[in-house]
Design a protein around this ligand. Sequence first.
Ligand code: TYD
Length: 273
Amino acid sequence: MRGNLVLGNLIRPAKANSKYFPDRRNKAPPRQFIFFTGLPAGGILAAMTQLAERLRGKFIVLDGPDGSGKSTQATRLADFLSGQGCQVLCLRDPGDTQLGEGIRQVLLQGSARISPMAETLLFMASRAQLVQEKIRPALLAGKTVICDRFVSSTLAYQGASGVDRLIILDLAEAAVGGIWPDLTVILDVPAKLGLDRTGQRNQLLMRKKAAPGPTLFGDRFEARSLEYHEAVRRIFRELVKEYPHPAAVVDGSQPAEQVTEQIIELLQRTFER
Ligand code: TYD
């Protein structure tokens, strides 16, 4: 089954087909390529214990358009996996190193003009540091790394600004030094819904007078046009066909619990053996 995930094979967006909460079972008919057909024999508990073991030293990326819910899902997934006995490290890209947070500040909130290629290189520099300082050591120590965004974001966002996909992949190859995700989960939401969600989040943060920072009150990328965000979404959806590493799409417009369930089922299937 795992072979289905490798080298650009398409995994269709998951439809709810929950084995955990059958009362929320979606009535949609199964689609030909749906990957989530049920849990392995032996029961849920046994499957979960095995999952924790199989996720040792695995690198999982959650990605998607702005407002797709990846940060929420990263937290929910980390909580779930920790409860299963995994040692989890949650990271965000760009960021989570001193250099990365500095680059994040420049990229998201700075006033300097930055060309799409310069953006690409800055994201890659932050990523190279994150891999070297945090991701590689954590994986070597047997932790499960969950990263909020990675190379897939550069393909989508800087790709939507016109940077060539193959150039991005070449630069990424150098930046990540062989540390590619074992699975990239793309949370798919319509661009308008994603932007509405981030708009609401930003208003809430403003009302709470939260301390300003690169994640608050909207950023340089969120401020771009709806057309740009639609192009970003298109690339994310297409990515599973072309990304040279395992990737799958999950419908991020569903309620958060349902999205989490589908991510867990996806992990079950991906790391089946
Ligand atoms: P994100 O961390 O998701 O922002 P937030 O804190 O609001 O959740 O991402 C910051 C922005 O950076 C987002 O709009 C996407 C953009 N981005 C790129 O353009 N290229 C990249 O390679 C990455 C990682 C992010």
